[in-house]
Design a protein around this ligand. Structure first.
Ligand SMILES: Nc1ncnc2c1ncn2[C@@H]1O[C@H](COP(=O)(O)OP(=O)(O)OP(=O)(O)O)[C@@H](O)[C@H]1O
Ligand SMILES: [Mg+2]
Length: 241
């Protein structure tokens, strides 16, 4: 097996006096989409923030693309090739769609062919190109947030609950976008609670509870095993069509 894109080994994170991550072991294989599931407050966002260096691990180690990034600063982690779409999306409301994308492109003007590729699955961004991002709908803002993260090729994309509050039609366009990214062999770590959204997208899956990974394996195995879903996710048979 090739070296994973990202590996967390025994990672503990404290936020102030609170001991939030309590020994997280997580492997994100290269070129795959890994889904991180878990109930509210399990520690999913804290895991992403620890990967980005926004919180620092008090114990354990983080390896990205073979390099130890446990104590690296956020700008260095970003420059090393990790893009992060946070829960609150982190877009600039007063700036236009175009300006939001320009700011996200480190190499200057975004590549035209890459923009056309993004417009292919997020056409609203082309339509509202010169409109302030704050005037977009929730789903369009989410598209812009993801577009900012992929405006240049990145090694690893972290996305925190992109489907929150979105209508099914918008979720469908996110599925298309993630499939496109997978086809480009982007490695993705996707945090979700919406199992029906991720069960056909994920290659690998990890389930978190109380600051630890309590299950990891292949997504197709979990998707077929209703008993395990019930045990890990508390899903009832009628909620995951
Ligand atoms: N800034 C903070 N200060 C104190 N406690 C925090 C802070 N951020 C998160 N926590 C706590 O850490 C725990 C994990 O939170 P986290 O946001 O990582 O969970 P999550 O799995 O992303 O949940 P959700 O699905 O609701 O987004 C929770 O108990 C939360 O209250
Ligand atoms: Mg969260």
């Amino acid at each position: 097996m090739s070296e994973p894109m990202l590996a967390l080994a025994g990672v503990h994170t404290h936020i102030g006096q609170y001991h939030i991550l309590q020994g997280v072991d997580l492997v994100v294989p290269r070129g795959e989409l890994t889904v991180l599931l878990g109930r509210n407050g399990a520690g999913k966002t804290t895991t992403l923030r620890t990967i980005m260096g926004l919180w620092h691990a008090s114990r354990g180690a983080l390896l990205f693309d073979g390099n130890d990034v446990t104590r690296a600063a956020t700008p260095d982690i970003s420059c090393a090739g990790i893009a992060y779409v946070p829960e609150n999306m982190g877009i600039f409301s007063d700036l236009t769609v175009r300006e939001n994308l320009l700011l996200a492109a480190r190499a200057g003007e975004p590549d035209t062919a890459r923009l056309e590729w993004i417009f292919g699955f997020f056409p609203a961004l082309k339509k509202f190109w010169n409109q302030a991002a704050g005037t977009l709908s929730g789903g369009q803002k989410q598209m812009l947030a993801i577009a900012r993260a992929i405006v240049e090729p990145r090694k690893l994309l972290l996305v925190d609950e992109p489907t929150k509050g979105l209508a099914p039609a918008i979720i469908q366009s996110l599925i298309t976008a993630f499939r496109e990214l997978k086809a480009m062999e982007t490695t993705i770590l996707l945090v979700e609670q919406n199992f029906s959204f991720v069960k056909s997208l994920g290659d690998t899956v990890a389930v978190m509870d109380d600051g630890r990974i309590v299950h990891s394996g292949r997504m197709d195995e979990l998707a077929e095993d209703r008993e395990l879903q019930q045990k890990l996710l508390g899903l009832s048979l009628d909620t995951h069509q």
